[in-house]
Design a protein around this ligand. Structure first.
Ligand code: SAH
Ligand code: SF4
Length: 375
């Protein structure tokens, strides 16, 4: 007699308890609705609590300059957009923002800008890093987000005091990447990937990420993005919804996009799934999430994010750093931004790790393992 063993029905608890998610699991989780969706969020919250705790780390964001040599099809400050003024902060303005961060015990800052690779820019960043080190007696950790650079440049900036680098892969599917960028070497997928590898080799804590809800993007692509993060063994992640900008080539596809609310929900799911997959990395609650939902960042904290980037850019420049439309807090000075965030973080049930670097535990763990194997 043959006994039929019934095939178990996929259930979310079973999937959530797997040590390693397969692509099929990831697709199941990305599709989760109602009770299943809440279970996913609950598991992510538990994982955050168990592995990184409830502390949120601040990274004071300095949007240094909107000059950019690139023409990414999604971005409002692309070189081809001439409908706004270009700026670069003075050294004094940067140091003033750093001083604010230092005095308010932020412990970390991020310097972000359009991509430029010329000698003057490279030297300017190097000298700024040295000045920041002197001003804060190297007590502030600096993250850079200045795009693709040569190995020599990455090394110079590392030696001048930067420790972390954010370079989003944007989308991990090379076929999709070409649809979102001009077809030339300056916008080449393989070069971006190589830049990520170089950053790792130089010794940075490496962060990457993707936009969610782009034209032509599928759930299959998002599942692959998560697998990419795991395979690359990233230390930090910054992901957020794609938000269309009227002065960009991708704006023509706006009718084909998911509604904003769905893009937001998918972004929350990506954060939650990544937290469960990579338990001890740092994950940012990004500003783009707040653009769609006023409580977007708190919601991201509740499903696994543990880093927030309060904006320290002087208000006079903020209108000109519009990567996407409806960016929030354009008129909020650093002080207002800080108290608003404090209230929001406490609302989400978290506390702020003032005076702590909040380095990626994942990165520290890898470093320890490496030195143990050398001993
Ligand atoms: N020039 C650097 C850093 C500044 S851009 C770089 O490109 O790496 C920072 C991030 O803004 C980009 O990585 C991209 O993911 C995001 N961004 C650009 N345009 C966007 C849009 N329309 N919607 C959402 N995010 C966007
Ligand atoms: Fe420039 Fe970065 Fe915008 Fe691309 S995403 S156009 S590199 S600022």
């Amino acid at each position: 007699m043959r006994i039929e063993i019934p095939k178990p029905v996929e259930n979310i608890e079973e999937i959530l308890n797997r040590a390693v998610f397969s692509k099929k699991d990831l697709l199941f989780l990305l599709h989760a609705k109602d009770k299943d969706r809440l279970k996913l969020f609950e598991k992510a919250k538990e994982t955050k609590l168990a592995f990184v705790g409830r502390k949120v780390y601040f990274r004071g964001l300095i949007e240094y300059s909107n000059f950019c040599n690139k023409n990414c099809f999604y971005c409002g400050i692309r070189a081809g957009n001439s409908r706004f003024a270009r700026y670069q902060m003075t050294d004094e303005e940067v140091l003033e923002a750093v001083r604010y961060a230092f005095e308010n015990h932020y412990a970390s800052i991020v310097i972000q800008s359009g991509e430029r690779t010329n000698k003057t820019f490279v030297s300017k960043i190097e000298s700024l890093l040295k000045k920041i080190g002197t001003l804060t007696q190297n007590e502030i950790h600096v993250t850079l987000s200045l795009g693709e650079q040569s190995e020599e440049t990455y090394r110079r900036w590392f030696d001048a005091g930067a420790h972390r680098y954010l370079l989003r892969i944007e989308v991990s599917n090379p076929g999709l990447y070409v649809k979102l960028h001009p077809a030339n070497l300056r916008h080449d997928y393989q070069r971006r990937l190589a830049a990520l590898r170089t950053l790792r080799r130089v010794g940075y804590q490496v962060g990457t990420g993707v936009m969610i809800g782009l034209p032509f993007q599928t759930l299959d692509d998002l599942a692959d993005d998560l697998l990419f993060f795991r395979e690359f063994d990233i230390d930090m992640a910054g992901m957020g919804p794609y938000i269309e900008h009227v002065d960009t080539p991708l704006y023509q596809y706006r009718e084909s996009l998911l509604p904003l609310k769905e893009r937001f929900d998918l972004s929350l799911k990506m954060v939650a799934i990544l937290r469960i997959m990579m338990k001890d990395i740092n994950i940012a609650a990004t500003t783009a999430m707040q653009t769609i939902d006023p409580q977007g960042r708190e919601k991201a904290l509740m499903v696994g994010a543990n880093v927030i980037m309060p904006n320290l850019t002087p208000v006079k420049y903020r209108q000109d750093y519009l990567l996407y439309e409806n960016k929030p807090c354009l008129d909020e000075e650093a002080e207002e931004c800080k108290s608003c965030l404090e209230a929001r973080i406490h609302m989400a049930g978290d506390t702020i790790g003032y005076g702590e670097w909040g380095d990626s535990k994942h990165f520290i763990g890898k470093k320890k393992k490496k030195s143990a194997s050398r001993d």
